[in-house]
Design a protein around this ligand. Structure first.
Ligand code: G4P
Length: 195
């Protein structure tokens, strides 16, 4: 997605060979115009798949999931990372290990919002080691729901998550797939290569 790649090149900051800061439009401040375009792009890529639910994880997955939900007429649900005062039982839970932050956290989704009749689109902001997506897959399996695919705003293609998920036969659609950041600048895979 050209518009997103340009935004990454103009506003993103490569902090190291493996970390990209995109706080000005995705992870802290949010660009609603770009989010709307992202929503339209995911909606068009996953149209006609019978999707009934979008599943993401708080917090940065919520904005793209919300815009995609608006464009598809589907309610997004986000997995919570912290325990809620009002959400205490009737939960699907899974463990997610972050290699980046070296912490393992439990994520949870209420059984009220996901069931065996759902066809789910997983959406997230970043795909790095794939642990967040694997945790969401675990929750979908517990619910007995089916998976339509995974939509990712920014994939770091030089990290192993994308391959691991695609190797399971899962469709992964990435809007910007970074091949390398070794020269202090993000360089992207061509879209034909990814799909
Ligand atoms: P994984 O799920 O693919 O295994 O990711 P990993 O454990 O490596 O990353 C943990 C957190 O760091 C996730 O956010 C992920 O989105 C984010 N992340 C990974 N690589 C980058 C990067 O290069 N740049 C930025 N900005 N974020 C990255 P999180 O902890 O769930 O945070 P949030 O959703 O609350 O923002």
């Amino acid at each position: 997605m050209k518009q997103l790649q340009e935004k990454i090149l103009t506003e993103g900051r490569v902090l190291s060979e493996s970390v990209l800061k995109v706080d000005s439009f995705l992870n802290h401040q949010i660009d609603p115009v770009l989010m709307e375009a992202i929503g339209e792009e995911f909606a068009s890529r996953f149209a006609g798949n019978g999707i009934t639910k979008i599943l993401t994880i708080e917090s940065s997955g919520i904005a793209p999931a919300m815009m995609t939900g608006l464009k598809m007429g589907i309610k997004p649900v986000f997995a919570r990372k912290s325990q809620s005062l009002t959400l205490t039982d009737n939960l699907y839970t899974a463990s997610v290990h972050s290699f980046t932050k070296n912490v393992t956290s439990d994520i949870s989704v209420s059984k009220d919002f996901l069931n065996k009749d759902d066809v789910v689109l997983i959406l997230d902001d970043f795909l790095a080691n794939g642990q967040a997506v694997l945790g969401l897959l675990d929750i979908i399996e517990q619910a007995g729901a089916s998976l339509a695919g995974v939509g990712i705003v920014i994939e770091k293609g030089f990290q192993p998550g994308g391959k691991e998920i695609r190797d399971r036969g899962i469709r992964v659609e990435t809007l910007a797939n970074i091949r390398t950041m070794e020269n202090g600048k993000a360089e992207f895979f061509e879209e034909e290569f990814i799909r």
